[in-house]
Design a protein around this ligand. Structure first.
Ligand code: ATP
Ligand code: MG
Length: 276
């Protein structure tokens, strides 16, 4: 395992003549959490899609370098890239329904995810899945395993996706608005669980969020994007304490105006830590 789980250098993506991503670079070391933030449409999801080699039709990467767990993806055959996606990266997507196969129940999703562990018996998979579902807050994991995706809410599916990501423990976990369908209580509990899980196993976590209080409480570093470009990239404390760009300053002002005591408490703690 490389100690840098993800390196993106000078990424460029186009759709026709339109630049979707321009010159974005970021690094996520093992054990670290990086938050990718920015307004809707700024290119956060497309950045991760480029990393996965899964850009939508008509969108192409025209430049830059992507290295996943020490492997430059441009050196891979399509089959090797698929293997990297399966084994080295777990993604919790913004739209949970699209990540599930409608004809498989939740147990079968766990079985597919653990398919590379060929020696694992059905009962062992069931036990592992039940523990993972319990961790993400399902009161009755046994019954949950029998459900089909269409029988579950968006928040339930997001939690199943998180459980599937936790069970794999790949070097890189990407969580794209992974808890946006959850209530605030479940959100903070599950994000904390994800962060602890990754830190303990030295996994890298790239979280994408609109919520700056989530970024402040989770991330070691913040990457701020706007219109497909990187606006600001720095240590979390410095980002909140001394934002460098006018755009970041404005964004923080807006959040301070909009947000609750929770946001103010988290960010003021960060600033206090940075100055102590
Ligand atoms: N499937 C698609 N086909 C064509 N263009 C797309 C597609 N998905 C996204 N885009 C375009 O790519 C740009 C970046 O979108 P992206 O989904 O990365 O934004 P985002 O930062 O993830 O936004 P959000 O916070 O709303 O999820 C946008 O201009 C969007 O219109
Ligand atoms: Mg998105």
């Amino acid at each position: 395992m490389s100690c840098i789980a993800l390196e993106v250098e000078h990424l460029r993506v186009i759709l026709g003549h339109r630049h979707i991503i321009r010159n974005v670079s970021l690094t996520v070391p093992g054990g670290a959490t990086v938050a990718l933030v920015g307004e809707s449409g700024s290119g956060k999801t497309m950045t991760t899609m480029a990393v996965m080699g899964l850009l939508p039709e008509g969108m192409y990467r025209t430049g830059g370098r992507i290295v996943v767990d020490g492997q430059d993806v441009d050196e891979l055959s399509p089959e090797q890239y698929r293997q990297i996606r399966n084994k080295k990266v777990a993604v919790v997507m913004q739209n949970p329904m699209s990540s599930f196969d409608p004809i498989l129940n939740i147990f079968q999703h766990f079985r597919e995810t653990l398919a590379s562990h060929a020696d694992m018996e059905r009962r062992a998979i069931r036990e592992k899945a039940e523990v993972a579902l319990d961790e993400v807050g399902f009161a009755d994991p046994k019954a949950t395993l029998e459900l089909y995706p269409f029988q579950m809410s968006g928040g339930m599916l997001q939690r199943v996706m998180l459980a599937l990501a936790l069970i794999q423990s790949p070097p890189l976990v990407i969580a794209d608005e992974a808890t946006s369908d959850l209530d605030v209580m479940s959100q903070s509990r599950i994000l904390k669980l994800l962060k602890e899980h990754c830190a303990k196993r030295h996994l890298a976590l790239l979280i994408i969020t609109h919520d700056l209080s989530v970024a402040a409480s989770m991330a070691d570093e913040i990457v701020l994007m706007k219109d497909g470009e990187l606006v600001e990239y720095g240590r979390t404390r410095e980002f909140f304490k001394t934002p460098q760009t006018l755009y970041a300053k404005r964004l923080l002002e807006l959040h301070r105006g909009l947000y609750t005591d929770r946001f103010l408490k988290i960010t003021s703690n960060l600033v206090a830590e940075a100055t102590s």
